[in-house]
Design a protein around this ligand. Sequence first.
Ligand code: C2E
Ligand code: SIN
Ligand code: SIN
Ligand code: FE
Ligand code: FE
Length: 407
Amino acid sequence: MTSVYCPDKTICFILDATDELNRLNDVDSILDRILLDARTLTGADAGSIFLTEGNTLRFAYVQNDTLFQSDSTNAVLYQDMTLPMGEGSIVGHAALTGETLMIDDAYELDPTLPYEFDKSFDEKSGYKTTSMLTMPIRSQENRMVGVIQLINARNERRKIIPFRPESETFLKLLANQAGVAIQRGLLNRELVLRMMQMAEMRDPTETGAHVQRVGAYCAEIYQRMAQKRGTDPREVRSYRDRIRLAAMLHDVGKVSISDTILKKPGKLTDEEFTCVKMHTISGARLFRNQTSNLDRMSMDIALRHHEKWSGSGYPGIVPDLWSPNARPGIPMQGRDIPLSARICAVADVFDALTTPRSYKDAWPVEKAYSVLEEESGSHFDPEVIEAFMDILPIITAIRERFQDNGL
Ligand code: C2E
Ligand code: SIN
Ligand code: SIN
Ligand code: FE
Ligand code: FE
């Protein structure tokens, strides 16, 4: 919390919100924070954010207090949906014209308006949309970043009412901060993906989908574990934010492995596998100048994602990470392995098993699930496996969202 003197409760809230927003790195937690703050400011029950992508709007985030539990993710978050700009939708109209739209009752719209309410979400979910506040989000350079849509303002007795006129003013203040933060979050994802394209894929036609999947699996597994442990929500938001990006970088050290090994169609020789093991050490060394918690977690994950719960993984490391002749030593085990790395181990192996590699075909998911369960307590931390098994519908939604031919 900032301790600046604030003459006004709302301004004060927006300053605090901006402060936390500026600490977040990943676009998902930035969107989550923006929606939560926007809904708190305006009393909205639900909301979503769409992000501009060329001439379309991609559905990027949703919250709904009536339909979803607030401390767990819903698979809806990973649905892949785009709307055209304009063409009659409310969100599309706001993006195309830059107008803010205040609607008191979505079902009573004047039919001569150039946009209409799309009832399909209500029909599928059983939700009843009434009041709506839809506002474009712009960057500092005034580019259209996306659209935020808030739904069903409520009064103190939780009765649905129209949005108050001042809500538009407050939301505009927040939306200005939001545009900058969202751009930063998107840029961070982009940079991480490019780094991984260079390190692991070395193939410009690769989209980085598997890197995105591992990041998303880790964020969701962590969230479930934290929910079961009763972790403080502030800590959950910040840890989840970091693990989403840090896990994407787990194999960044593969930049030091030659193509002949990395893309070898068959099984590796012992000597080749010794080279492969070094990717943990060379990856971790990239984070030597630790300027943030994100750097620290990225290093933990890069270094320890091949350690095993039972202590038979790698690298261990002797004499130490920074020594010029650092090499694998006695492996770590159990809770000595950082939590982020224990989570990433499960996500990484699950993804490696269920997608084709130069050296193997993809396995059916059911077979991958059985391997994870069989190896719970030996390769993997049982608490992580339990959390993973709790969220299979979300795991499936992530696999569908990030496919190798998509974004
Ligand atoms: P990767 O392909 O991303 O695989 C990550 C981890 O998933 C592996 O770590 C291993 O724990 C698990 N995994 C992948 N495929 C299988 C499988 O078919 N069965 C089982 N039980 N586990 C599997 P690991 O073994 O330390 O390998 C690290 C990296 O080394 C791999 O990353 C891959 O890039 C390379 N690699 C490993 N084995 C081979 C191989 O036989 N041929 C080639 N060309 N590369 C390999
Ligand atoms: C749209 O049609 O604008 C998307 C959802 C809604 O506002 O109905
Ligand atoms: C950590 O490894 O980061 C904390 C230990 C744990 O939560 O298991
Ligand atoms: Fe690895
Ligand atoms: Fe990997």
